[in-house]
Design a binder for this molecule. Structure first.
Ligand SMILES: C[S@@+](CC[C@H](N)C(=O)[O-])C[C@H]1O[C@@H](n2cnc3c(N)ncnc32)[C@H](O)[C@@H]1O
Length: 333
């Protein structure tokens, strides 16, 4: 019997930490702002209102559904708009390569409610669907390919690294054993295999038994952590001095990367670290100044309205006027 639980509630387009993002990003009339994860456009609509007729919003998303949503919304947005359908790391590098310098860049990481709610895309362990999980349907790698083809060691590794799954080894073993008989074709085939691999007394101890494996597969399929690293690095080139970078993340794997990047670039050693900060060791000027160094979490009022905000953390920093890494320095004659 497949185990079907629906603790992944049908989500809505409520943008998370929206007031906080607006308050700290401080978009104002006439500016150019980049939304790296347009999704349903919830944050973008609020930002666009602040930019007004003279401002420009550049929206990025790799999902064609987000493009459709953008086309619906674009007519109503008061500012100039542009949509780039691509991974944000490539798109940001392309914009910087065009010589553009912008006032703000923000990311709202993870899946959109549209993606979760489109059952056939296989993001949810609550519905039976093909094992897909691609944010960009033109990409080749799917969750099915990983589940069907990766060896046990590699499977266990991603479940551990991207899912922080305690039973990574047992689940990887169960996947390999199961697929030797029948291929694992659907989300619920996979949910069954995962549930059976976790000892019954603790199967539901940390939420749905498939939650961490699905997260791990989704992160691997979409190379989400690599995109974060490359995307953040690209903002160094694209932000004008005084421009702001904001990231809303939903789990510690994402947040840790953002925190580390900003601490390195702000020249601040992590608390308790024996190591010198990157900027200090190179005697370079910090590239960013941290704003709200510990990050910002959702208010009680928002949590009461939107439980999805529970794990959200917003980190924000301001670009200094230090030249980006790789900029040739002038040599005195
Ligand atoms: C949480 S949703 C954004 C929701 C949006 N802020 C709103 O208010 O409606 C994340 C979106 O980012 C997109 N996305 C995630 N990673 C991406 C990447 N590396 N490049 C481009 N788009 C990405 C997803 O396709 C999804 O549409």
């Amino acid at each position: 019997m497949p185990i079907i639980l629906s603790d992944m509630s049908a989500s809505t387009h409520v943008p998370v930490l929206a007031e906080e993002l607006l308050g700290l990003l401080e978009p104002s009339a006439g500016q150019t702002v980049v939304d790296c994860t347009f999704g349903g456009g919830g944050h973008a609509q609020m930002i666009a209102r602040r930019l007004g007729g003279e401002g420009t919003l550049i929206a990025i998303d790799r999902d064609p559904l987000a493009r459709e949503r953008f086309e619906e919304l674009a007519r109503e947005l008061p500012c100039a708009v542009r949509f780039i359908r691509a991974g944000y790391a490539d798109a940001l590098r392309e914009l910087a390569g065009e010589g553009l310098r912008v006032h703000a860049v923000y990311f709202d990481l993870g899946m959109s409610s549209m993606q979760v709610d489109t059952r056939e895309r296989g993001f949810s362990y609550s519905y039976d669907a093909p094992l897909d999980m691609r944010m960009d349907p033109d990409q080749e790698l799917t969750a099915r390919e990983i589940v069907a083809g990766w060896d046990e060691r590699r499977l266990a590794q991603i479940l551990r690294d991207h899912g922080e799954e305690r039973y990574a080894g047992a689940i990887a073993r169960a996947i390999v054993r199961r697929r030797e008989g029948d291929p694992i074709e659907s989300t619920l085939d996979l949910v069954d295999t995962i549930a059976a691999a976790i000892p019954a007394p603790v199967r539901f101890a940390a939420g749905h038994p498939a939650k961490r494996t699905f997260q791990a597969l989704r992160i691997a399929v979409n190379d989400e952590l690599g995109e974060i690293d490359r995307g953040l690095a690209a903002t160094e080139q694209l932000l004008a001095p005084g421009g702001r970078l904001a990231v809303v993340s939903f789990h510690s794997l994402e947040d840790r990367r953002v925190k580390q990047f900003l601490r390195d670039r702000a020249g601040a050693a992590p608390k308790g670290s024996r190591h010198l900060p990157v900027a200090a060791t190179k005697e370079a000027k910090p590239l960013f100044r941290l704003i709200a160094p510990g990050g910002v979490t959702a208010s009680k009022a928002e949590l009461a309205q939107n439980p999805r905000a529970r794990s959200a953390r917003l980190r924000i920093a301001e670009r200094t006027d230090a030249p980006p890494p790789g900029t040739p320095t002038e040599v005195a004659a």
